[in-house]
Design a protein around this ligand. Sequence first.
Ligand code: ADP
Length: 240
Amino acid sequence: LQAQVKEQSYLKELGQMSASIAHEIRNPLTALKGFVELIKSEAPAGQENYFSIMDQEFQRLDSILSELLFLSAPRKSSFKKVDLVALSKEAIDFMQFEALMHNVILQLEVDEQLPHIIIGNEGRLKQMLINLIKNAIQAMNNQGNISIRLHATAHYVQLCVQDEGVGMSEEAYKNLFKPFFTTKDKGTGLGLPLVKKIMDDLNGSIEVESMPNIGTTFILTFPNALTNQVIVQHGNVLPG
Ligand code: ADP
C-alpha cells in the first residue's frame, strides 16, 4: 500500500512538472516549425529527405507533448456517464486502418446481459482504449486477433484487451506503468502511465496477464455507474 501511495504522489508530481515543461517546449517548437517551413521552399534540390525527417521528428515531439499534457490534466474533469460498448466501437473504428496495415483482426465481444455504463471522461477513455489497442497491434507479428471483451455485473464493468502478441519480459512487466519506460525504438513510454492515471481517477483497477509468445491481456475493471460501487483493489497479476 505504501508503494502505491508513493507511486500516486509521484505521478501527481510528474503531472504538474510535465505540464510546465510541455508548455515551455511548445512555444519554441512552434517557432522552429515555422522557420523550417519557411526555408523548405528555398532548399537546394536533394535535401527533401532532411525536411521529411524534420517533419517526422516534429510530429513525434508533438505527440510526446500531448501525452505529457494529458497526464497532467486535472482529475475528474468533465466526468459523465459513458457507454463502454459504444466507446469501444469508436476506438476500434479509429484503429481499424492500423490493424489492417498489420494484418491484425480486431474483434469486439459483448456480454449483452447488462448495460456497460461507467462514469468517466469520454475523450480520455477513448484515448486509453486506443493506447491499449495500439500496443496490442505493435506486440503482434503482423498476424492474429485482438479481442476486446466487455462484461458487466451489478457491481462492476470489465473490459479486456487480449492480444496474441509476443508477451513481455519480467522486466517489462515490472516497469509497465513507469513513465518513460519503453522497449520500442520510437516509443514514448507514456501510454500505459496514462492508462493507469485514467483508471486511478475513476477508482478502477488494472490487471495484466502476459505469457511470452502467447500474448497479453489487459483487464480493466470499472465501478458500475448504475450501482455506483467503488473498487479499492489495484495491482498486477504476475505472468504465469
Ligand atoms: P510505448 O508504447 O511508447 O513503449 P507504453 O507505456 O504504452 O509505451 O508501453 C510501455 C511498454 O510496455 C512497451 O514498450 C512494451 O514493452 C510493453 N507493452 C505494453 N503493451 C504491451 C502488449 N500488449 N504486449 C507486450 N508488451 C507490451
